[in-house]
Design a binder for this molecule. Structure first.
Ligand code: G3P
Ligand code: CA
Length: 242
């Protein structure tokens, strides 16, 4: 089972930064989850929201800033204000540190609100440039983005994110050509996990931060959990497997 550090070790470090991602891997995560947007000058950057205000000291949309301008913003958490690994990273900077071939990388295409020109192709090209295709899963709440990914290259692993019930979701994913479903934890049942397994669709669940849910879902045979506490999940996985 993959322990995905959700936005890195985001409970302890500023989310979606080089620092939180490095620390997630150090804490024993076997996967990393991050979110991708595009800048005004067409660069792929790693940040969760469309705007910078919640996580950085500044205002405005990512798409309205150049990369150089975005790099000026300091993280909102003052403890990490001057930490150079807590600036808004490019996707390329993160691919540079995912050297361990055993670490999976879930790149979430944040196209739910803003449509970025060619973001799907740009991400695919960059992942291929780094030779990381086998380690990467591309996911999105916007299933049209996943459709574009499949049209470009149907051998990429793809995950359909959803936060509201989708009728007959396993067959929906199968017909879509996706390799995984990525449900909100509230939408998961043991029956769903069982059906997905039978139909060869992977199940990666977000965001799982409580030990009780971690234990139940590990025992139910899920493929991956996204957690803000990769250290905790690592401990529980070790205990369950003993
Ligand atoms: O990819 C799983 C999870 O990150 C989706 O929700 O809002 O944290 O990006 P969100
Ligand atoms: Ca995400």
């Amino acid at each position: 089972m993959i322990n995905f550090a959700h936005r890195g070790a985001s409970k302890y470090y500023p989310e979606n930064t080089i620092l939180s991602i490095k620390e997630g891997i150090k804490a024993g995560a076997s996967g990393v989850e991050l979110d991708v947007h595009k800048t005004k000058d067409n660069k792929l950057v790693v940040i969760h929201d469309e705007d910078i205000e919640r996580t950085f000291k500044g205002k405005g949309l990512v798409k309205d800033y150049t990369l150089r301008q975005l790099k000026e913003f300091k993280p909102r958490n003052t403890v990490f204000h001057d930490n150079l690994e807590c600036k808004i990273p490019t996707l390329e900077e993160i691919l540079d540190i995912i050297k361990d071939p055993n670490v999976k990388l879930n790149i979430e295409l944040k196209t739910d609100i803003i449509q970025y020109d060619n973001i799907e192709k740009d991400v695919i090209d960059l992942v291929n440039k780094y030779g990381l295709k086998e380690q990467v899963i591309l996911s999105s709440f916007n299933h049209e983005s996943i459709r574009k990914v499949i049209e470009i290259d149907n051998t990429f692993e793809t995950g359909l994110l959803y936060e509201k019930e989708i009728e007959d979701v396993v067959n929906y994913a199968k017909a879509f050509g996706a390799t995984a479903i990525h449900p909100d934890i509230r939408l998961v049942s043991e029956e769903l996990i069982k059906e997905a397994k039978e139909k060869d669709i992977k199940v990666n669940i977000y965001t799982v931060n409580s030990p009780i849910h971690m234990r139940i879902l590990i025992n139910a045979g899920v493929d991956g959990l996204f957690t803000d506490y990769p250290d905790l999940l690592n401990e529980i996985m070790t205990e369950v497997n003993e």
